[in-house]
Design a protein. Structure first.
Length: 304
């Protein structure tokens, strides 16, 4: 009897020790898992903090509102465009994706859904004249910039990028072009610019800034690196350059300047006819709305 009781006692002791060890192991596993999860949560956002502004708040409502306004109010002839499908294709292009790994294939469905014809002689390209070019197209419906097309109108001054983790959209920050080339904004505007240039026909206009010290034409700009090389010589009969100077500002370059000569040589090599005009008067008059008394804005000088 004493022997049997001792054996039972030892068994209970071993079982109890085993349970304690197992419980301790489970507790340790839970603690380690919690620490690892917390570490991943801390590391994740650090990897996705970029230098540019994050996704525009209420992006869906902004895109849909602009799309409906464009196709229903501004250009009702485009009323067959499906704004819900356009939004869905934009969202699919970047949501839950690494914002540095966006490709042209991601945006191809969007480009096809939102594209529309551009009337001949109405295409206006610009570089370093953003505000002036768009003030001009708002006052003169005879010309369209990329931002006056459906794609450009929806995306103008809006930003977006994804995040591999939930909710799939980064509202805090998005990468700049200097951080990675294949970011959602850069890829989108390159594709939209290429498509806008390919659609141009007849006479096209280019508005450049002659007050920029670095030169009016830049080879690395969207116009200099993409649009100029996607103009079709079989469709475009001539390129008219409007070289604008800031009212009262420096006249760093004229139509005979070094960067304009470089631009002309590129266009001539592609068999385009070219004209260049310093301070195209209709655009200059628009500049003078804000500077009516400046000497540059006098239509004529009275002499006695």
């Amino acid at each position: 009897m004493p022997f049997q009781q001792g054996a039972r006692t030892r068994q209970r002791t071993v079982l109890l020790v085993g349970m304690v060890v197992l419980l301790a192991a489970l507790v340790l596993a839970v603690v380690l898992a919690s620490l690892l999860t917390h570490r991943e949560q801390e590391d994740g956002p650090k990897m996705l903090k970029w230098k540019d502004r994050g996704t525009t708040k209420n992006l869906q409502e902004v895109i849909l509102g602009r799309c409906y306004n464009y196709v229903m109010a501004r250009y009702p002839e485009l009323g067959d465009k499906d704004c819900l499908k356009i939004w869905d294709s934009l969202k699919r292009a970047f949501i839950y994706k690494n914002p540095c790994n966006i490709t042209s294939e991601d945006y191809q469905p969007l480009m096809e859904l939102a594209s529309h014809p551009i009337p001949c002689n109405k295409s206006l390209f610009w570089s370093k004249t953003n505000d002036l070019a768009h003030r001009y197209t708002k006052s003169n419906q005879n010309f369209l910039t990329l931002e006056d097309t459906l794609l450009g109108y929806m995306a103008d001054r809006v930003s977006w990028c994804g995040d591999p983790s939930a909710p799939g959209i980064n509202y805090e920050s998005c990468p700049k072009r200097s951080e990675c080339e294949s970011n959602p904004g850069s890829v989108f505007w390159k594709m939209a610019s290429k498509m806008f240039a390919e659609a141009a026909c007849g006479v096209v206009q280019v508005m450049l800034n002659g007050s920029v010290e670095a030169g009016a034409f830049g080879s690395s700009s969207i116009f200099g690196s993409i649009e100029i090389f996607n103009l079709n010589p079989d469709k475009v009969s001539a390129v008219h350059i409007w070289l604008m100077h800031d009212i009262g500002g420096p006249q760093s370059e004229s139509c005979s300047g070094h960067s304009i000569k470089r631009l002309k040589s590129i266009l001539e090599a592609r068999n385009f006819k070219i004209t260049c005009e310093d301070n195209y008067r209709p655009v200059q008059l628009l500049q003078c709305v804000h500077n009516p008394d400046h000497t540059d804005c006098r239509l004529c000088t009275n002499t006695m």
